[in-house]
Design a protein around this ligand. Structure first.
Ligand code: NAG
Ligand code: NAG
Ligand code: NAG
Ligand code: NAG
Length: 492
């Protein structure tokens, strides 16, 4: 009976959701049509979608009114009236035309396959891993939430998000008196398809919304397949529980599984050394892992470490997510619940800005009563009512670490990036965003380019490649980057 009711409820939400989002369906094919349809929605709906985008760490698009009347650029199928009402701009940069490139069309690629397919392992960024849950709970927040279940996809899963009470009750971490974060009682969580690619390719359900997060390594895997790679054989995924910090991944055995995956991939492919391609937070996880391995082990198993768009010294956006929440661009999700998830996520805490990179006196958060810098971050957490957070949780986890393997560091730049926030009505109010430097739209440039310091701390080669106007997530779907990866692999 309860199960039936849950299914009914989910169906209801799906129907509701689909009606609310059919306007977004065309986005993959036609961005202009999306804008046009967006403009036909009631203002309250537009506001909601725009607010969601505004709060997103990952979605590079923002709504703005077209105030630039000198811009003669009108789009096919949009009347002047519609055009002037509302537009989506990348990173609120009013000058940039909207260029969507969700689907890199690789069909026309005539590039020959690689002769020697060196195995590749993909490590995604925050929120980029599929997670599965299994329930055996004593209590649940509502009669329509499951208490018992076999493994099911939790992150990301539309039906689960539709019943947010249940979703967050399963996903929230619990702070323990001994200083660790654990899953909610009666909830087991594991990365999806570890060693395969299902957990790192697409976060499938949001295919109808313009969220770059939808495609994680999907396009890149497609690209590798055009070179002759095979899923699960020489291209494999290492998804992980991104809610957790690197030390917890060590404690819960994930780092050991990662080691095994690399060794197994090496032997499955005729003892060929492995390339580890890591995106964003995945680069920190990989560096931490490499640092824990002996030089001999790395020499034997690792061909190269290829970190892409890694926030080595953190990013201001992590502070925004902790202070006022972030929806990751997921429409209709509760920002308050996302905020509390962020606040219990040791993984996100490790992405806060570090003095490794930033001036200790740089103000990240302005409020009428207090300004917050790296030097008084603890005060920020105390004032947010999060005094269980201590500096072990947010100070740099990679300070002094070097990969000590051949490293090819790739990142984007030239995109306006958030660097500070003003909360004129205090921490509970809405922030005004201050962007002042040019990074990849999510991570400031100083943080991205920290990998250059490896050059002087290790003997193995470190190459740096910068991509103009490559966005934090878009970069792992960019043809230019695929071309570089091809060069790197074919020169090995
Ligand atoms: C655009 O401008 C109109 C009229 O000034 C305003 O009501 C609306 O909220 C604005 N929309 C956005 C997304 O700023
Ligand atoms: C901390 O407490 C939790 C819950 O009681 C337990 O599962 C975990 O093993 C403990 N961790 C350490 C490091 O003591
Ligand atoms: C780094 O690599 C060098 C050889 O290039 C080796 O001698 C050294 O021990 C390594 N350091 C670490 C921390 O593994
Ligand atoms: C915060 O910094 C601004 C700019 O430097 C300054 O004008 C303001 O007085 C500071 N506020 C507090 C509460 O220290």
């Amino acid at each position: 009976m309860k199960l039936d009711m849950k299914i009914l409820l989910i169906l209801f939400f799906i129907i509701y959701y689909c009606t609310a989002t059919t306007i977004l369906d065309q986005i993959n094919d036609d961005h202009y049509l999306f804008v046009k349809k967006l403009n036909q929605l009631p203002n309250s709906e537009i506001k909601k979608i725009c607010d969601d985008m505004e709060r997103s760490l990952f979605n590079p698009y923002r709504c703005v009114n077209n105030t630039d009347t000198t811009n003669p650029h009108l789009f096919d199928g949009l009347s002047v009236e519609e055009y002037t009402k509302l537009l989506l701009f990348k990173n609120r940069d009013k000058k940039s035309p909207f260029t969507l490139n969700f689907n890199n069309n690789l069909k026309g690629d005539k590039r020959s396959t690689l002769q020697n397919l060196k195995p590749v392992i993909l490590v995604p960024g925050i929120a980029g891993s599929g997670l599965e849950a299994k329930l055996h709970k004593e209590t649940s927040p509502s009669w329509y939430c499951w208490k018992n279940s076999n493994w099911f996809r939790l992150w990301l899963n539309l039906a689960e998000i539709a019943v947010q009470k249940c979703f967050f009750d399963n996903l929230d971490l619990v702070y323990q008196p001994n200083g660790t974060f654990t899953n909610a009682p009666g909830v087991d969580i594991r990365p999806m398809d570890f060693g395969g690619v299902k957990g790192v390719a697409y976060l499938d359900y949001i295919t109808s919304f313009p969220i770059t997060l939808t495609d994680v390594f999907g396009s890149m895997i497609k690209f590798f397949k055009t070179l002759g790679y095979k899923e699960g054989q020489n291209i494999r995924g290492a998804p992980y529980d991104f809610r957790l910090g690197v030390d917890s991944l060590q404690e819960n055995g994930w780092m050991g599984d990662f080691q095994e995956l690399i060794e197994q991939t090496y032997s499955m492919n005729g003892n060929q050394r492995v390339n580890v391609i890591s995106h964003s937070m995945g680069g920190l996880v990989t560096l931490y892992f490499l640092n824990s391995m002996t030089y001999e082990w790395k020499e034997k198993y690792i061909e190269a470490f290829i970190p892409i768009a890694v926030p080595w010294g953190g990013a201001a956006k992590a502070l925004r997510a902790l202070t006022s929440g972030d929806t990751f661009g997921i429409p209709l999700i509760s920002v308050e619940r996302m905020k509390s998830l962020a606040q219990s996520s040791s993984g996100l805490l490790q992405l806060t800005p570090d003095d490794l990179i930033f001036d200790p006196d740089h103000v990240f958060i302005y409020t009428p009563t207090e300004n917050y810098t790296i030097s008084n971050l603890q005060l920020l957490f105390d004032n947010l009512g999060l005094s269980y957070i201590n500096d072990n949780m947010y100070s740099s986890v990679i300070n002094g670490m070097v990969p000590n393997v051949t490293t090819h560091c790739l990142y984007g730049y030239g995109v306006k990036t958030e660097i500070a926030y003003n909360y004129p009505n205090g921490l509970n109010g809405k922030p005004q965003i201050i962007d002042s430097n040019y990074g990849d739209g999510t991570v400031p440039l100083e943080s991205l380019k920290y990998c250059a310091t490896f050059q002087s701390s290790q003997l193995q080669p470190v190459t740096i490649e910068e991509f103009n106007l490559a966005e934090h997530v878009g970069i792992i779907q960019s043809k230019q980057v695929f071309e570089s990866l091809y060069q790197i692999l074919s020169n090995q």
